[in-house]
Design a protein around this ligand. Structure first.
Ligand code: 5AD
Length: 349
């Protein structure tokens, strides 16, 4: 297996030490261990998830995110049912196995609207449906599961409570994202979560805790990415935490540790990584633990309005063209394009 390291039982001290590690040979060994763990546990297929950003409206005030309600310079959009279904059709036509419907926290996306969409997609396509619609009433999660949704993504962002509460003002009743992750799992969803790294005020210790928390949660999917300041947010002009975000190398380290701590998880080479380092960074992420990418199928006229952070990576040529070239690009990396739904395995082989 992935000797010489027994990572799944890593202590806090060793996770922390890896986060601080700078010696190139040791880091190379870490990346190689993560890559062979990835091969042994989830194979060589890279699964593609077709992303559709269905609304950039958001009622929240998260200090890091460009979609925050108080960003009055943001132009906003909400796709119609037909527009969403057109994107879904394109994703199915392009041969992908999953659609991810993502939005800001938008109360206008009603329980029934989403449930009806999910039912329609499940009835007319073979796609797995992943929802990424933030904090919602329990009844929404229940209904959407009944409608046939397969997966839910809800990052916990940081396990440092004080930092979380400072950056993420609640809307009244505090909402416990870790409890929600557990609840979603109990409802039968495959569940994804994760964090940003490099947030102002975040420490190496708290990121080490985050990684251990992901291992305890035994997540089906893990999405972690570097914090990228957005100028129209309160954190826009605060320097990122350099120790944690200074280099892409750090992002690869986090991906590698996620793989070793949760070997069976589906882990994307995130858009934030591609934003900082382009396609080369995406390829590198795939070689140190990642096994998923999420091509963006949001209609071009809306894509730049979904500005979580500036200059978000998105292939100019369009998602279909981007996907069409992947066979060759992956072959060069010794990888294949995933077929089927690419669901997470519950039990390790
Ligand atoms: N930089 C990087 N990632 C961000 N996200 C939100 N704002 C930023 C930012 N400024 C991430 C959060 C959220 C996901 C959809 O995008 O982790 O969960």
């Amino acid at each position: 297996m992935f000797a010489p390291f027994a990572f799944t039982k890593m202590s806090f001290d060793s996770v922390r030490a890896w986060l601080l590690e700078e010696e190139p040979h040791r880091l190379e060994a870490l990346f190689i261990a993560a890559d062979s763990c990835r091969r042994d546990c989830v194979g060589d297929a890279v699964h593609l998830r077709g992303l559709v950003e269905i609304s950039s409206h958001c009622c929240r005030l998260c200090h890091y995110c460009g979609l925050r309600a108080a960003n009055h310079e943001a132009r906003r959009f909400r796709l119609t049912r037909d527009e969403i279904l057109e994107c879904v059709e394109r994703i199915a036509q392009a041969g992908l196995g999953t659609v991810v419907l993502q939005a800001g926290e938008d109360p206008a996306l009603s329980r029934d609207f989403i449930a009806d969409l999910v039912r329609h997609i499940k009835k007319h396509t073979k796609l797995a449906v992943t929802l990424s619609l933030s904090e919602r009433d329990d009844g929404d999660y229940v209904e959407w599961k009944k409608a046939g949704a397969d997966r839910y993504l809800l990052r916990f962002e940081t396990s440092d409570r004080t930092l979380y509460e400072r950056l993420h003002p609640s809307r009244g009743e505090p909402f416990d994202r870790l409890a929600a992750v557990q609840r979603l799992r109990d409802l039968g969803y495959e569940v994804g979560s994760g964090v940003m790294f490099g947030l102002p005020g975040q420490t190496t210790d708290s990121l080490a805790q985050d990684l251990l928390r992901m291992s305890e949660l035994d997540l089906d999917m893990i999405g972690c990415g570097p914090f990228i300041p957005h100028p129209q947010t309160p954190l826009g002009h605060e320097p990122a935490n350099i120790e944690l975000a200074g280099s892409l190398e750090f992002a690869y380290k986090v991906i590698a540790l996620c793989r070793l701590l949760v070997p069976r998880a589906n882990i994307p080479a995130t858009t934030a990584v591609a934003t900082l380092g382009g396609e080369a960074a995406r390829a590198k992420a795939l070689s140190c633990g990642a096994n998923v990418i999420m091509p963006n199928f949001t209609p071009p006229q809306y894509r730049e309005q979904y500005e979580i952070y500036p200059d978000k990576a998105c292939p100019e040529e369009g998602a279909e063209r981007f996907c069409a070239d992947l066979d060759e690009r992956f072959a060069a990396l010794g990888r294949t394009v995933g077929q089927g739904l690419g669901s997470a395995k519950r039990e390790m082989a």
